[in-house]
Design a protein around this ligand. Structure first.
Ligand SMILES: [Zn+2]
Ligand SMILES: [Zn+2]
Length: 248
């Protein structure tokens, strides 16, 4: 019941946002009539975007001229490419917390659109076709019930429509895990091992799968998802997240 109530509230919030004069998603300031963006100019400028050269594998900003970041250089990843919109701080952190914890489905159209743009930029830059299928990182069913929705699933649903790529819930969380934010690097790895499995009757053989999540910190969660997909025969796995967390 709690999940249903939260879902209804979130949908109500989303409706109110479209029915009334539009406000900036970050600071609530009224937007100019005809303004097409979802945020005001000030907030748009203050979002912590990633600049300079990025890790070829996970998309983290690099200090020097190397191709891979320290983590990707040290431990091979199961995913091939990755991108993030922002650093997990300031206004970006606020936006993501609204999406996750404050019934903030109304932020999803903006966030999904930005994810699509970053993915299209990556493909254009590297002359790559778009992925074959979009897949959200699954929540444990009990957590999804409590929240009323899976924020990553809401994003992939919107992205799928915008990009005309199928979306599929390819993975299930078979084991409940502790919140990653409370754990160190090694504990994160142990916590997530064996947490995901391919859903029954899903076939990923030969497909390029894009896995979407909200935050990338050590990458342990996304790597665990990518590993399951690669073992099931996926051709390649890419990852796309809203923000890079601390510990990068
Ligand atoms: Zn604003
Ligand atoms: Zn990296």
């Amino acid at each position: 019941m709690e999940g249903l109530r939260r879902m209804a509230e979130a949908v109500g919030n989303a409706w109110k946002r479209t029915a009334y004069p539009r406000k900036c998603l970050v600071c609530d300031r009224l937007l100019e009539a005809g303004e097409k963006e979802y945020t005001c100019v000030d907030c748009r400028d203050s979002l912590p975007t990633l600049e300079g050269s990025l890790c070829r594998c996970c998309g983290k900003p690099l200090g020097g001229r190397e191709e891979l970041c320290h983590d990707c250089g040290r431990t091979p990843r199961s995913f091939r490419r990755g991108r993030s919109l922002w650093l997990y701080e300031g206004e970006a952190k606020r936006l993501i917390q609204i999406l996750k914890f404050k019934d903030g489905l109304y932020t999803a159209p903006y966030l999904a659109e930005r994810l699509c743009q970053v993915l299209e930029e990556l493909c254009a830059l590297e002359h790559l076709p778009l992925p074959d299928v979009l897949c959200p990182v699954p929540l444990h069913p009990s957590r999804e019930r409590a929240r009323g929705y899976n924020q990553a699933g809401i994003l992939t649903g919107r992205m799928a429509r915008r990009l005309s790529i199928p979306e599929a819930r390819l993975l299930v969380r078979v084991r409940k895990t502790k919140p990653m934010k409370d754990l160190g690097d090694l504990e994160r790895l142990a916590n997530i091992q064996g947490a995901f499995a391919l859903k029954k009757n899903q076939d990923v053989r030969g497909r390029n799968v894009l896995v979407v999540d909200d935050i990338f910190t050590t990458g342990a969660t996304l790597d665990a998802c990518a590993k399951v997909l690669m073992e099931a025969g996926a051709r390649e796995v890419w990852i796309l997240v809203l923000a890079l967390g601390k510990g990068i």
